[in-house]
Design a protein. Structure first.
Length: 379
């Protein structure tokens, strides 16, 4: 009986090992094919599942690329930052410093609040809550990409017009007040807004008495040993001397321009794949915010077909998104640089990385789904 049990165990381990090797090979081939199809100079991919014994860590550079990167190189995460900003608000809630339903006027100066949300002659500025900022239903416009009322360039275009400009948070809010209009009264719709996350970052600073980058370091980076993470143009990593991986829009390299300071509370995080997985794993295990807080932050509202949004976190149902038969879902976030950080509960698998090219950002979800299907079919 004992020998039979041992034989069964060895057989299981052998099959499991073969399956893991097969997954690694197929994921690597898929990743290389993706790099060849797109105009991509460099890309990172990290697939991790403790329960399934998966830890695939890939980095690729195009043959004609001069960019030197390793698996330890940090990269620009863009809107994945929103998960960290939202988590920081959750930390302050757990410390009883604020509540999600508090109005933001309690924490921000009158000069910032006044005329922030003026719609059809009515002032809604003092009605906006923290929760509405977190969930993109405040009605505030997106300073990055929304159309201006006078046809002048939005800030995403201004990044390239004056690459040496250093933007402050208050300049961004003032730009939004003068150049853009709110879309709906607070709580009466959904509109993705980086403006909301600048305001959330300012609330974090006001309530904690610390700069956003210092708050991240003290409450997230240091406890989780996220040595390669920092806020772009604001701070340095705890222990990583490698340069940020370059990222592009078209042929233009954005990584080193000062005007990227316009991307802050909603998109300024630089991190490694290891750091991102460490963060998300700790978040899911209630090591960053309490379970009650985490669950409250996953109060989903409809965003678009197949997608729902919580507090700084998104849920994707592939059945609806791709119009296919599958029960696979993921939670996490993407960024405009084709960065991504996802967790699939059904397969207990984390997938993160970046293609470092703005034009490729729409294609990362299909890449993630294809990787999950490989895992689902092989293990």
């Amino acid at each position: 009986m004992k020998n039979s049990s041992l034989q069964a165990l060895f057989l299981f381990l052998a099959i499991s090992s073969f399956g893991q090797q097969s997954v690694h090979k197929e994921v690597m081939e898929l990743f290389k094919t993706k790099l060849e199809k797109e105009t991509i100079r460099s890309a990172f991919l990290h697939v991790y599942s403790k329960s399934k014994g998966i830890n695939i860590h890939l980095v690729e550079s195009a043959s004609n690329s001069e960019d030197t990167i390793t698996t330890e190189s940090p990269f620009y995460t863009a809107s994945i930052t929103k998960m960290f900003t939202a988590a920081s608000i959750g930390i302050l809630k757990d410390h009883k410093k604020l509540n999600f339903e508090d109005r933001i006027a309690q924490y921000l100066p009158e000069s910032l609040i006044d005329h922030l949300h003026l719609l059809k002659g009515k002032e809604y500025s003092r009605e906006i809550t923290i929760a509405q900022l977190l969930q993109h239903n405040s009605g505030l416009p997106d300073y990055f990409t929304d159309v201006t009322i006078d046809g002048s360039p939005a800030i995403i275009d201004q990044l390239l017009i004056d690459t040496n400009k250093a933007w402050t948070a208050r300049e961004i809010i003032q730009f939004t007040k003068v150049k853009m209009k709110p879309l709906f009264p607070p709580g009466k719709g959904y509109h993705y807004s980086d403006t909301a996350y600048v305001l959330l970052a300012l609330i974090i600073e006001e309530v904690s008495g610390k700069s956003l980058d210092r708050f991240f370091q003290q409450y997230i980076f240091q406890p989780l040993s996220m040595d390669g993470s920092y806020i772009n143009l604001k701070s340095s990593p705890l222990n990583n001397e490698l340069s940020i991986a370059k990222f592009y829009v078209g042929e233009f390299e954005l990584s080193s321009i000062k005007s990227l300071s316009a991307d802050w509370g909603g998109g300024g995080l630089v991190a490694t794949t290891q750091d991102l997985i460490a963060f998300f794993e700790a978040y899911n295990n209630d090591q960053i915010v309490k379970q009650k807080t985490r669950l409250a932050m996953q109060d989903w509202v409809n965003e678009t077909v197949g997608m729902e949004y919580g507090f700084g976190i998104r849920k994707v149902s592939f059945k609806d998104l791709l119009n296919i038969e599958t029960d696979l879902q993921i939670i996490g976030h993407t960024g405009s640089t084709a960065s991504f950080l996802w967790y699939c509960p059904q397969l207990d698998t984390y997938i993160t990385g970046t293609l470092n090219q703005l034009e490729a950002s729409k294609n990362t979800l299909k890449l993630v789904y294809d990787i999950l299907k490989i895992i689902e079919n092989k293990l």
